[in-house]
Design a protein around this ligand. Structure first.
Ligand code: PLP
Length: 392
């Protein structure tokens, strides 16, 4: 006998994976250059040279075996110190090494935080549009997901909408900015309003509501957009970060959880996170990557190519008549289905070898996500297909 819920989860692939797998098969048949695959968030910009050079030097060093060994469960002290220093230098948040728990990316950071906060009847509030795995992670942790519907006019956060989702069972609220799938960066004002609401409701309910800021796209921003550092706006914040996108290392698995020391019950929370990660069996993030980040924590991505794709796609698609909110971050943009359901539109696009993701699982059933982390050639050659689809 197997666990039925887990069997279903393992059998029903996400719609992103479905399209991605289809794209790989199709590429083998008709050639990679003939499939316009906008389905998955795999960075198309190479990892910074400093990252690759550092990894090569670490592996070639005489004491290389050390970099393949176990580290402390929460991460090697020098890696945690380098990240804490970088956060402190950038945001004056006073981060210390002991406030960080290193993880295998943002996904296990989120599962550990949610499990650490799960008490009897716990609820987590999620803002649409959202990364579909949030609801899977919440269920896995034993929490109920409560969804705040998207405001499709601007995809911004609106505290009045969040207020309706909060109950005495709310343990946490998740925000993700720059956002996957909309590419929108939440304004400082909207985050300040959310912070004021959570302060008020925490007082009313008699327990802290933690604000989980999932921010793997923090450094991927354009048009000079400001990404607020959430712990500076709200004391009870928990940051879940990943180097998957910012350093183009999604397959290598490195990220962290940052619990600011001023958060309520910070020490107990950190211990519960360590306990949750232990129970989930993912302590000790990849040691080689930890040693790399100890030396490369100040490296930033080159976003020029993403920006060029974003501008070209946004300008062309809006000119053709697609409804789209201008993205200022990450490497996605969303369009409203111009005709029929988003799934039907995605199916029609697939017939022309254009792979775009219907956003039902992201909490926006009328929209589709376009991943702009593709080659310039893909952008250029896909534009006539986008035009044909809306004109058909
Ligand atoms: N959160 C968001 C918003 C994401 O888009 C992703 C990956 O695409 C993740 C979390 C998971 O990131 P990681 O690869 O670091 O586990």
């Amino acid at each position: 006998m197997v666990n039925e819920e887990k069997r279903k989860l393992g059998t029903n692939r996400s719609c992103i994976r479905d399209l991605f797998e289809y794209g790989m098969k199709k590429a083998a048949e008709i050639g990679r250059e003939n499939v316009f695959d906008f389905s998955i968030g795999n960075p198309s910009v190479p990892a910074p040279r400093g990252v690759n050079d550092t990894i090569a030097a670490l592996v070639a060093a005489p004491d290389a075996q050390r970099v393949h060994g176990y580290t402390s469960a929460a991460g090697a002290p020098d890696a945690r110190e380098a990240i804490a220093k970088d956060l402190g230098d950038r945001f004056a948040c006073g981060a210390r090494a002991q406030d960080l728990f290193l993880t295998c990316g943002a996904a296990p950071a989120l599962t550990a935080v949610l499990a650490a906060l799960c008490v009897e009847g716990a609820e987590v509030v999620i803002h649409a549009p959202f990364f579909p795995e949030y609801t899977v992670f919440a269920a896995g942790a034993g929490m109920k997901s409560v969804i705040v519907p998207a405001d499709t006019a601007d995809f911004q956060l609106h505290a009045e909408a969040t207020a309706k989702a909060l109950t005495p069972h709310t343990q946490a609220v998740i925000v993700n900015s720059p956002n996957n799938p909309s590419g929108v960066v939440y304004s400082r004002e909207s985050l300040e309003s959310l912070a004021a609401l959570l302060e008020e409701k925490s007082r009313e309910f008699g327990h802290p509501i933690y604000l989980i800021s999932d921010e793997p796209y923090r450094e991927l921003v354009y048009d000079g957009a400001e990404v607020s550092f959430v712990p500076l706006l709200y004391r009870n914040s928990i940051v879940c970060y990943s180097y998957s996108k910012s350093l183009s290392l999604p397959g290598e698995r490195l990220g962290y959880i940052y619990v600011p020391r001023q958060a309520d019950d910070a020490e107990a929370l950190m211990a519960a996170i360590a306990g949750a990660a232990r129970a989930q069996g993912h302590v000790c993030a990849p040691s080689l990557l930890q040693q790399m980040i100890a030396r490369c924590a100040t490296l930033r991505p080159d976003v020029e190519a993403y920006d060029r794709n974003r501008r070209a796609l946004y300008e062309a698609l809006t000119e053709y008549g697609y409804e789209c909110v201008r993205p200022q971050g990450a490497f996605y943009l969303m369009i409203r289905s111009p005709r029929g359901s988003a799934k039907e539109f995605s199916d029609r696009a697939r017939e022309k070898n254009l792979l775009i993701v219907p956003c039902g699982d992201f909490g926006c059933p009328d929209h589709l996500r376009i991943g702009t982390c593709v080659s310039w050639d893909t952008v250029q050659r896909s534009l006539p297909v986008f035009r044909e689809l809306i004109e058909a």
